[in-house]
Design a protein around this ligand. Structure first.
Ligand SMILES: *Cc1c(COP(=O)(O)O)cnc(C)c1O
Length: 421
């Protein structure tokens, strides 16, 4: 290992995410960010192709978000949300519900996507209990889905990626099935709901793109079919827009492309513009109303310590300002067009199975990645920060990326994949 003092001294004491610590190459020491660039301790700069796990949608260190954070830091960095409320959270809640379709009008804040999904699951199950229907404890979720890493959310992820067999006995049993894509698979889901429906609280899906499960795209028609199936069988529909929300698929929220309103929606990732952790679970009026009662056990018993953190909410408000003031959706369309053009050349490279784009998501899917460590190192050698996973090399850059920077990213992928390690 070679790096600054803090790197050599501290690295033996951290446990890194999704990492076989015995064999993985060491991580890179980052010291500063700016725009779409990450600076390393040795002075190298990498162009970030994935916006820090899809969070930094305005690029890093945007002056407007920094100002909002600085002001809020001086005034009130945190105060508990139990019995107290504050302007950043209430303003954010009102703005989110204005932007979301239909009567999605009650916001429950939390601090990570996984918790936002758990809250949605809890809401859905208790919704039925509060209405006097017990036995509706299961979720219907889909192969290829990803909804988080906590035990409750692992149980609704793709069974293989979520390691359901490894954790058998720990994970609750939900219904994981194929995402319907045509009349036959819709009929199959409909049939499944006829037999299992009385145990089901809600259908849960990532709209338009199953992100961490492999950047798998589906049609708006699938979402309309899910809305119809949920209505026909009288269950709730939860959309997990933690990845797709805030412009990534080309519209502010993916559900808008299908013209449907879910009963509950989850948001995180780009919610605070990539600065401070924040998540939200937003419920429609009828969901919220099922919790109103003289019975205290009908309340939603959940409350993360740092929920609605004022600093995070101030950053999220500043991020929404930027969506209002700057042409984000036009930028998404331009990024999509450029990626479609420039990644197309990958289609004929060895081992490339598919090239696809949607919104500001560009995907090159390979038959296999033989040496992931080497692939990652070669991308860094090209001056880019791109994190392939499974068989996927993808770009989800900041919406503010310059065409030249994006061209550098697509060129790096073409170069590396033309002689894949
Ligand atoms: C990232 C993600 C989550 C989990 O969010 P965390 O903040 O990592 O807990 C859940 N659902 C989707 C669709 C995600 O992309």
């Amino acid at each position: 290992m070679t790096g600054p003092d803090w790197f050599d001294a501290g690295l033996p004491h951290v446990w890194l995410p999704y990492t076989q610590m015995h064999t993985a190459s060491p991580p890179l020491p980052a010291t500063a960010t700016d725009g779409c660039r990450i600076r390393l301790s040795d002075g190298r700069e990498l162009i970030d192709g994935i916006a820090s796990w899809w969070t930094a949608c305005h690029g890093y260190n945007h002056p407007h978000i920094r100002q909002a954070a600085t002001d809020q830091l001086a005034r009130m960095p945190h105060v508990m949300f139990g019995g107290l409320v504050h302007e950043p959270a209430l303003r954010l809640a009102r703005r989110l519900t204005d932007l979301l379709p239909g009567d999605l009008e009650r916001v429950f804040f939390s601090d990570s996507g996984s918790v936002a999904v758990e809250v949605a699951m809890k809401m859905a199950v208790q919704y039925w209990l509060n209405r006097g229907q017990s036995g509706r404890t299961r979720l219907v979720a889909f192969r290829g889905g990803y909804h988080g890493d906590t035990l409750a959310t692992m149980a609704v992820c793709d069974p293989e990626e979520g390691m359901h067999s490894l954790f058998a006995g720990v994970l609750p049993q939900h219904v994981i099935t194929d995402l319907p894509c045509d009349a036959a698979s819709c009929a199959a889901l409909d049939h499944l709901m006829e037999t299992e429906g009385q145990h089901v609280a809600a259908i849960l899906v990532e709209p338009l793109v199953q992100g961490a499960g492999g950047m798998l795209f589906h049609d708006p028609a699938t979402l309309r079919a899910l809305r119809e199936i949920a209505d026909r069988h009288g269950v709730l529909l939860i959309l997990d827009e933690i990845f797709t929300g805030f412009g990534r698929t080309g519209s502010l929220f993916a559900c808008q492309q299908a013209g449907i309103v879910p009963d509950i929606i989850t948001l995180s990732k780009a919610l605070s513009g990539g600065t401070v952790p924040l998540a939200a679970t937003v419920a429609r009026r009828h969901v919220f109303q099922a919790f109103l009662s003289d019975d205290p056990t009908h309340a939603l018993m959940h409350g993360p310590t740092f929920m609605a953190n004022p600093l995070a909410c101030a950053c999220a408000n500043a991020s929404l300002d930027l969506f209002e003031r700057e042409p984000r959706l036009e930028q998404v369309a331009a990024i999509g067009a450029q990626m479609r053009d420039e990644l197309e050349a990958c289609r004929h490279l060895p081992a490339v199975r598919d090239v696809r784009t949607m919104g500001a998501i560009g995907v090159v899917e390979l038959e296999r990645i033989r040496d992931m460590n080497r692939l990652k190192a070669r991308l860094v050698d090209q001056g880019v920060w791109v994190r392939p996973f499974r068989t996927i090399v993808y770009l989800t850059p900041a919406f503010t990326i310059a065409p030249k920077e994006l061209a550098h990213l697509t060129q790096a992928i073409r170069t590396v994949l033309s002689d894949p390690p």
